[in-house]
Design a protein around this ligand. Structure first.
Ligand code: LIP
Length: 274
């Protein structure tokens, strides 16, 4: 594999994301063809599949030796193989449930990881025209303007994002409810807006102070991980240790101090790894 031009990777992915964004912006207003995946509330539409095809066809044309992990390809039976090779990790529509209901909080998420480290991130909500971008070491941006995490350290004045997720496994649901019950009396407010990727990007832009979820996948966090880090935020495991992209648990926060305070209070849950 030759040397990698990161700017060329970013520019190529950006063009494709804009094309895919046009498709999503148009499709969200229309009737969707919906199928279910791991549960009756884990949904996929023809638009998820179409966006993933645009991204993988375009990127593999430009970078034939790069690897891919795509939500819908994995759901269709492909193995989720994460190596040191340049790997594009794609969630064609994060917040599919929102998309299905025309709730305009949904995005395309594309991350490039090389040697198991995040290098390029593009997260695009075409409905609200929010384009989050990051390159390793170069900061995080929303529509071209630099963004920063809030710097909040105090739990009692924090706005926390959490999600209910798409599993109806009783142990998982109990974990979700327990964590809401524990945190709610201790914080300013809690929100569950239905997109892991956008929750993380909102922490990155200082629109909230922390977010945690159990049961997300690598494609939900791969791009937003870099956006949060480049915005000066923290991404860790829900217990507070090193974040593991394949472990399906995430806690991100504006500061290390706040991350530790949240981690200490969370009831833990371990889904099957990606
Ligand atoms: C969604 C996540 C969300 C989670 C949902 C689902 P999808 O991703 O962003 O945080 O609660 O269950 O996993 O399936 O819309 O790409």
């Amino acid at each position: 594999m030759g040397s990698i031009n990161i700017q060329e990777c970013f520019d190529t992915a950006m063009q494709l994301v804009k094309t895919a964004g046009d498709l999503v912006r148009d499709a969200i207003k229309k009737k969707k063809n919906i199928e279910t995946k791991s549960s009756a509330v884990d949904l996929v539409t023809e638009s998820d599949k179409a966006v993933e095809k645009i991204m993988i066809d375009g990127l593999s044309n430009a970078f034939p030796d790069h690897k891919f992990i795509g939500e819908e390809s994995v759901s269709a039976g492909e193995k989720c193989v994460f190596t040191d090779d340049p790997t594009w990790i794609i969630d064609p529509i994060d917040g599919t449930m929102n998309f299905v209901h025309s709730f305009p909080h949904t995005c395309i998420s594309v991350g490039l990881w090389i040697n198991k480290d995040a290098e390029v991130a593009i997260v695009y909500n075409p409905v609200l025209n929010q384009m989050f971008t990051a390159l390793k070491g170069k900061g995080a941006f929303l529509n071209g303007e630099k963004i920063s995490a809030s710097g909040e350290t105090d739990l009692s004045t924090s706005l926390i994002f959490a999600e209910v997720g798409s599993s109806r496994d009783p142990e998982k649901m109990n974990t979700v409810i327990t964590n809401f019950t524990t945190l709610l009396p201790r914080v300013h407010g809690m929100r569950a807006m239905g997109s892991c990727t956008l929750n993380m990007c909102y922490v990155a832009m200082g629109g909230g102070d922390a977010y945690f979820e159990f049961g997300i996948h690598a494609w939900d966090t791969a791009a937003a991980y870099l956006v949060v880090k480049e915005a000066g935020g923290i991404v860790v495991d829900t217990e507070g240790g090193t974040f593991d992209l394949m472990r399906r648990r995430v806690l991100c926060a504006s500061t290390q101090e706040l991350a530790e305070k949240v981690a200490k209070l969370l009831k833990q849950y371990q889904p099957e790894r990606d």
